[in-house]
Design a protein around this ligand. Structure first.
Ligand code: GLV
Length: 308
């Protein structure tokens, strides 16, 4: 029995070696190498080739290499009765907290404006904001959302969060499903950390933007398809949204001709807010494999009905 590692970029070898180092006794297989499909008990995947799951008759667990699992649900060959797990990792959490904080401070102090001004040797002081000037709204209070909300609150920001079901987080005003409009009306900076499900696809749209205070700033660090890109461009042009830091896109890499690249109010990063570190994540994958062998409850299991 083995763990099959599936990923279509060069990072696959880092994952294979991290797992091998973690437990040299367990057969770890790169999916491109020859192997017997019936031996595969567990698959560790990231943006796998579509249809791959139907090849493995004895699959008992599919693990995502990251926090998100949307790309597994979207594969028609994945059957919901196969348990699915995702990564919950302290580095993934602190990386996200740091990235969102960096974007917030960049926005408050207008640092990206000065980067632009340097191209023209332009010496021009701009007004700036302070923590006390803004209220931050975190959309999605899962592992990453609640940790980010808590971290920002500890840094002295006024923070509120919204999630489908009611949460209680120290220092954070939590709103649930029914109170989205109230939450939005108080979010000067909106951070999207929702899971991507059929319910949340396209949630960042004109209707949602219209409920934010005029001139709000958007930080999009979840999944590209949450955002209606045309609606954002319109909201930016109308000044309803004053700027956006976008880390994820419906199509990645972002097309070279996409209007976001040249938009003055948009800051683009290449899906790098928080990236799983194989050596940090490997122990929980190996632990889950051993749990599978002993028919024990898996760590970080995804609710395949809810989709996150
Ligand atoms: C990154 O996007 C992840 O899901 O971990």
């Amino acid at each position: 029995m083995s763990i099959l590692v599936v990923r279509q970029d060069e990072k696959i070898s880092d994952w294979v070696s991290a797992l091998q180092q973690c437990d040299p006794e367990i057969p770890i297989i790169d999916y491109r190498d020859s192997h017997q499909p019936s031996d595969v008990k567990m698959m560790l995947v990231w943006k796998q080739p579509q249809g791959i799951f139907s090849t493995y008759p004895n699959l008992e667990c599919v693990s995502s290499m990251g926090a998100g699992v949307d790309f597994i649900f979207e594969d028609p060959s994945y059957r919901k009765q196969i348990p699915m797990t995702r990564v919950v990792d302290p580095l993934l959490v602190s990386d996200m907290e740091e990235f969102v904080s960096a974007q917030i401070y960049n926005y408050l102090k207008g640092l990206h404006i000065y980067t632009g001004n340097m191209q023209q040797a332009l010496w021009e002081q701009k007004p700036y904001l302070r923590k006390s000037d803004v209220s931050i709204g975190i959309l999605g209070l899962g592992v990453l959302g609640s940790a980010t909300a808590m971290s920002l609150s500890k840094q002295g920001f006024k923070v509120q969060g919204w999630s489908q079901s009611q949460k209680i987080i120290e220092g954070v005003s939590c709103y649930d499903g029914t109170a989205l409009d109230v939450f939005l009306s108080q979010s000067d900076i909106l951070v999207n950390l929702l899971p991507l499900t059929p319910q949340t696809r396209g949630i960042l749209n004109a209707n949602l933007f219209s409920k934010l205070p005029k001139g709000s700033f958007l930080i999009q660090v979840a999944r590209g398809p949450h955002l209606e890109e045309k609606d954002l461009l319109e909201a930016l042009d109308q000044g309803q949204i004053s700027g956006a830091a976008l880390d994820v896109f419906s199509q990645e890499p972002l097309d070279k001709n996409h209007p976001f690249w040249t938009h003055k109010k948009v800051l683009i990063t290449p899906h790098c807010a928080s990236i799983s570190a194989p050596s940090s994540v490997a122990p929980q994958i190996i632990d889950n494999y051993k749990r599978l062998l002993k028919a024990q409850t898996l760590l970080n299991q995804v609710d395949t009905v809810k989709g996150y």
